[in-house]
Design a protein around this ligand. Sequence first.
Ligand code: MG
Length: 295
Amino acid sequence: MSSPQNTIAIVFDYDQTLSPNYMQDEVIFPTFGIDPKKFWTRCHELVKAQGYDNELAYMKALLDYLDIDRPTNARLRELGAGLQFFPGLPEMFDEFRTGLLTAEHEAHGIRVEHYIISSGLKALIEGSRIAPHVRAIFGCEFAEDRDGRITFPKRVISHTQKTQFLFRINKGLLEYTQDVNDHMPAELRPVPFEHMIYVGDGPTDVPCFTVVRQNGGHAIAVYNPADPARASFKKCYQLSTHADRVRHIAPADYRAGSHLRFLLEQMVGEVATRIVERRARDLEAGTIRAPKHAD
Ligand SMILES: [Mg+2]
């Protein structure tokens, strides 16, 4: 039997997409007294001089700096409560719960789910005010030693590996025990790429932008309009104007009435209407049962 394929997924990057800052700067460095400049310089050295992957470099630097003060993952989740977001978050998720789909869409069982795929620390995002609104969070993770303190990296998600998690969402294989490479026919995949909207901020999101767009989904690059140097805007402008990686760019303002909200609402509305039309065709062809009405 085929999957109902009535789920629309909005997939977000985290740093600079949902938040104007890097999560380490916001909650880890002030808590543990780490000098941000020295920390990021150390990471840069590990990458340049020793050939580290960016994500492993920051995870190693963090363990080295914290040394005997290494916290538990539970402590990292507590710190996540202090994470800050762009305007309109997390309120947008509540507003979307009631105001995004029409009654007709809902009668067809259509729903919108949110996901986060980040190269930052999953434990911090899990403790944030956004976590209750998202179906799944994928991020880098530390194992714990016998005292419960963070130790060797358990999972690292680099920007090129982020695309694997799009396929997990596409196939509904959200648990790591499930093999994402298992073959699954298109009609069995719960979230077709055409039902996916990926929101990211820059070059590290290019692999995801590409996978989603090449498979018929939408991609939006967001920038921080408060950045006086406009570096963030220029990244997005480059991605859309010169590189054709994304068709849409918007300020990272998630409040009702913003350009970004218009884009998200329009995209979700169009996908939902396509789902209704497809179901109507299938119904006529006698391949599915009619949706149940309250009357
Ligand atoms: Mg980012």
